[in-house]
Design a protein around this ligand. Structure first.
Ligand SMILES: O=P(O)(O)O[C@H]1O[C@H](CO)[C@@H](O)[C@H]1O
Ligand SMILES: O=c1cc[nH]c(=O)[nH]1
Length: 321
C-alpha cells in the first residue's frame, strides 16, 4: 500500500522575482524539450520570445484562451485588431498559446493530469526565459454552491473533495501531499478590481477541486451513480458549510505547483449553475458564452490597472468565448 509523505517544501524567498524550478536534474541537461508545447531551449530563443511576460492566464478551452488574448490585445490598446494572433504551440494540438503585449494566454484542457503537464512545461518555459515578477491566473468555469449562476468566485483557498487545503499526488508509489495556498493579497486586489465590472456579482470563497465532473462532484446524471439524491445534497451542504462556493477540476494542482515555484497565483471562475439547485447545465449557449467572458473582463480590468492604463476601456467584450 502507498505511504503518505507530507512535504514541507517551501518556495525560496530569495528568488528575486524569478521563477523557481525545484528540480536539480534540470541543471545537468544540455537541452530541455517542452514536448507538449512544441518548444525547446535549443530550437527557440525563449528569453527573446517570452522574457518580458508579466501576466500568464490559463483556462481549459483553446478557443476561450484565443478569445482572451484577442480581447486583451484590444484592452491594451495595441496596434491591429488582434484577430491574427498566432498559436505559438501550433505544432502540437495538445495546448494552444497566444501572446499579446506582456500577456500570455494558454489552454490547459480538463482536469488535474492535463493542467499538471502543461504547468510543468509552462513553469520551465518561464524559468528558461528568465521571466521576473510573473502573476498567473486561471480563468475558468465552475459549478456554484449556494450562489447565483453567473457569479464570479475568486478563490481564497483551493480544497480537495474532503474540503482540505491539500493536493495529493502519487510519486514513486508514495502519496506526496502539497499545500494549496494562493496569494491572499492578489485575491483582494482582484476583488477590488471587480468594482470596475459591476454588472455581475463577484465574491471570495473556497473552491473545491475534484477528479471528475460527474460522481466526483456529487452529480446524479452521469453514466454511473452510486449514491442517493439525499446523500448528494448532504455532501454539497457540508461543502458549503466548510466555505466552498464553487467546484471545478484544476485549482489544487494549479495552486500547489505555482506556489512551490514562487509564482503569485489566483483562480477566478464563473459559476455556470447553482449545484444546490441541479446538475445539468441548462443555460442557453449565448448565456454561457457571456458567463465565460466575465472572468476575462475582470482580469482585463486587473491587468489594465496594474499597467496604469486607466480609466477602464469602453464596453468591448471578448469576441466569442
Ligand atoms: O472551464 P474550465 O477552465 O475548463 O474549467 C472547468 O470546466 C471543465 C469541466 O466542464 C473542468 O476543466 C473545470 O475545471
Ligand atoms: O459544475 C461544473 C461546471 C463547470 N465545471 C465544473 O467542473 N463543474
Amino acid at each position: 500500500t502507498a505511504r503518505t509523505t507530507v512535504t514541507t517544501e517551501e518556495p525560496k524567498s530569495e528568488s528575486g522575482g524569478l521563477v523557481l524550478i525545484k528540480n536539480p536534474h534540470l541543471d545537468t541537461m544540455e537541452e530541455d524539450i517542452l514536448y507538449h508545447l512544441d518548444l525547446g531551449t535549443r530550437t527557440h530563443n525563449l528569453p527573446a520570445m517570452f522574457g518580458d511576460i508579466k501576466f500568464v492566464c490559463v483556462g481549459g478551452s483553446p478557443n476561450r484562451m484565443k478569445a482572451f488574448a484577442q480581447f486583451m490585445h484590444k484592452e491594451l490598446g495595441l496596434e491591429g485588431s488582434g484577430e491574427d494572433l498566432a498559436d505559438i504551440c501550433a505544432g502540437t494540438d495538445r495546448y494552444a498559446m497566444y501572446r499579446t503585449g506582456p500577456v500570455l494566454s494558454i489552454s490547459h484542457g480538463m482536469g488535474i493530469p492535463s493542467i499538471s503537464i502543461m504547468l510543468h512545461e509552462l513553469i520551465k518555459l518561464l524559468h528558461h526565459a528568465k521571466c521576473r515578477d510573473v502573476t498567473i491566473i486561471r480563468i475558468g468555469t465552475s459549478g456554484g454552491l449556494g450562489i447565483e449562476a453567473g457569479s464570479v468566485v475568486i478563490t481564497d483557498t483551493a480544497v480537495d473533495a474532503s474540503f482540505q487545503p491539500r493536493f495529493e499526488q502519487v510519486v514513486l508509489g508514495d502519496v506526496v501531499v502539497r499545500s494549496t495556498d494562493l496569494d491572499r493579497d492578489l485575491a483582494e486586489e482582484l476583488l477590488a478590481c471587480s468594482k470596475e465590472v459591476p454588472d455581475f456579482p463577484t465574491l471570495i470563497g473556497h473552491t473545491m477541486c475534484t477528479y471528475d465532473f460527474y460522481e466526483g462532484q456529487g452529480r446524479l446524471d452521469g453514466a454511473l451513480c452510486s449514491f442517493s439524491s439525499e446523500k448528494k445534497l448532504e455532501y454539497l451542504k457540508r461543502a458549503h458549510e466548510a466555505g466552498v462556493r464553487n467546484i471545478e477540476m484544476e485549482s489544487t494542482a494549479f495552486a500547489a505547483m505555482c506556489g512551490l515555484c514562487g509564482l503569485k497565483a489566483a483562480v477566478v471562475c464563473v459559476a455556470l449553475l447553482d449545484r444546490l439547485e441541479g446538475d445539468q447545465i441548462r443555460a442557453p449557449r449565448e448565456v454561457l458564452r457571456e458567463y465565460q467572458q466575465r472572468p476575462q473582463r475582470l482580469i482585463a480590468a486587473f491587468i489594465r490597472r496594474r499597467l496604469g492604463l486607466h480609466p477602464p476601456a469602453g464596453p468591448a467584450l471578448p469576441s466569442s468565448n
